[in-house]
Write a protein that binds this ligand. Structure first.
Ligand SMILES: NC(=O)c1ccc[n+]([C@@H]2O[C@H](COP(=O)([O-])OP(=O)(O)OC[C@H]3O[C@@H](n4cnc5c(N)ncnc54)[C@H](O)[C@@H]3O)[C@@H](O)[C@H]2O)c1
Length: 247
């Protein structure tokens, strides 16, 4: 018995990294998956992994910032899987630069994927979720959306926007039986953190009370909790997963 037996979940940006692990953990709890990404090759690897867990996986190539594509993707998913119970808005990018060097393109690209993409998928699933009078949405924000970061004005603004969107959608959809929450990860162990110079890595670790980077499973566990009935009375919340870096 898993939390999500008989449920269908959509995870965006599921081709790799945190999104892939979230999709796998939802599958381990019994969910069938519709996994969305730009990158269909890596998405196929995620699908293989989900099927090896024993759940269904439908791969959808879609740009989260393209409304016709997003709308069509959700329509296709509802048609083929019958219902959509969970949405995890995880797709995200960075285009870091200090303000003076940050181009309009850097700004637009990050806002378009991280913030507009989250809006578009939320809008698209809200229709079938309102019809079925149930659903749960988890948005992947970042601690940078809470505390800011030099060189990341675009990313910080996009993630602060995701938090505000989460709270507004939560207020709007609560009476329809739909919960909307966010997870704000801190530094999560990725290829990027692996290749950091030792002194930079040590500096970053010194700012984390638990003295370790997080891993994708740390984030996925918080997503599973918020998406599950264990969080039935929680909506509009931001759960920080940062080893105590942000309290
Ligand atoms: N890694 C960290 O330390 C960290 C910390 C806080 C928050 N986050 C957030 O977690 C999420 C996942 O990050 P990650 O580290 O796994 O990144 P990642 O780059 O490994 O994975 C992101 C995925 O999103 C997909 N994607 C990008 N643009 C897309 C688009 N327009 N349409 C569809 N898919 C698209 C990519 O192809 C990729 O598969 C992001 O929202 C990120 O901002 C990450």
């Amino acid at each position: 018995m898993g939390f999500f037996d008989g449920k269908t979940a959509i995870v965006t940006g599921a081709a790799r990294g945190i999104g892939r692990t979230i999709a796998e953990e939802l599958a381990r709890e019994g969910a069938d998956l519709a996994i969305c990404d730009l990158d269909l090759n890596w998405l196929a690897e995620t699908a293989d992994s989900i099927r090896s867990i024993g759940r269904k996986a439908e791969c959808i190539g879609v740009n989260v910032s393209d409304w016709p594509g997003v709308n069509e993707a959700v329509t296709t998913i509802v048609k083929s899987m019958g219902h959509v119970d969970i949405l995890v808005n995880n797709a995200g990018i960075t285009k870091d630069a200090f303000l003076a060097r940050m181009t309009e393109e850097n700004w637009d690209a990050v806002i378009s994927v991280n913030l507009k993409g989250t809006f578009l998928f939320t809008k698209a699933v809200s229709k079938p979720m309102m019809k079925q009078k149930s659903g749960t949405i988890v948005n992947i924000a970042s601690i940078i959306g809470l505390i800011g970061n030099a060189g990341q004005c675009n990313y910080a603004a996009s993630k602060a926007g995701v938090i505000a969107l989460t709270k507004s959608a939560a207020k709007e959809l609560a009476s329809r039986g739909i919960r909307v929450n966010a997870v704000a990860p801190g530094f999560i162990e990725t290829k990027m953190t692996e290749t950091l110079q030792e002194d930079v890595r040590d500096q970053m670790l010194a700012a984390i009370p638990m003295r370790r980077f997080g891993n994708p499973t740390d984030v996925a566990n918080a997503v599973v909790f918020l998406a599950s009935d264990a969080a039935a009375y929680m909506t509009g919340q931001v759960l920080t997963v940062s080893g105590g870096m942000v309290m």
